[in-house]
Design a protein around this ligand. Sequence first.
Ligand SMILES: [Zn+2]
Length: 272
Amino acid sequence: MNISTPAWALPLALILTVSLACQTNSSQEEKQENSTDSTTQVEPPPPPPPTVPLHYIMGKFEPSKDSNFVKIAPAYTTKSNIYLHKEAYKAFLKMHAAAKEDGITLRILSATRNFNSQKGIWESKWNGSRKLSDGTNAAEIADTNARALRILEYSSMPGTSRHHWGTDIDLNNLNNPYFEKEPGIKVYQWLTANAARFGYCQTYTPKGPNRQDGYNEEKWHWSYLPVAKEYAASARQLLKDEDIQGFAGAGVAPNLKIVKKYVFGVNPECLD
Ligand SMILES: [Zn+2]
């Protein structure tokens, strides 16, 4: 150090140097921030982690041995040994009682179906032992994509049915014309006016601009949204076409974009 430099000069020089360095850094940071703003879009926050494991979404469980599921009492169903998610059942009982007061009887024809149960339905249609609703033998359709598409008009591939979730029920009759005249029309009118009060929504409304993909209209199929939405949110993150395996005809699932078109091809009012 030069002997002529005053004693106070060194600390001052250090302060100036540090202060200048800080200014340089902060202006560089500003530049970086500005360039980030102008070149990239703000990412949406990541979705919350899935709450329902994939094996539940795909129906790979036994509802009679699961404490989240309850057996439907004989008064409410034409079947024996059928189960619903307990929350969906609680809401159904309230809906059933309200309908009864208005002179409408609701009967559950189908509720929870696990993977194996859906596999039985799908494969019987695939191999022709069970005809499609218009009498077609799907096994006679040689092109496997076309064969699957015909079955998919009303039946899900195993692993992709909302009936796996225990949140969805088929009510009173499995044919649309039943609900278009007496006595079914009264049931349908009651449901369209009141089911939402109990959390239920018709997932398969007529196809059109609002619902371009998925199964045909099903006036009998109703979904309990407070629980189904949780399953759907988890399915969005976890379920892929490549997971759809383990039954005859499963190989065409990726060609047909089953998850996008069928799992999420529902009435938009029943989505998130
Ligand atoms: Zn159904």
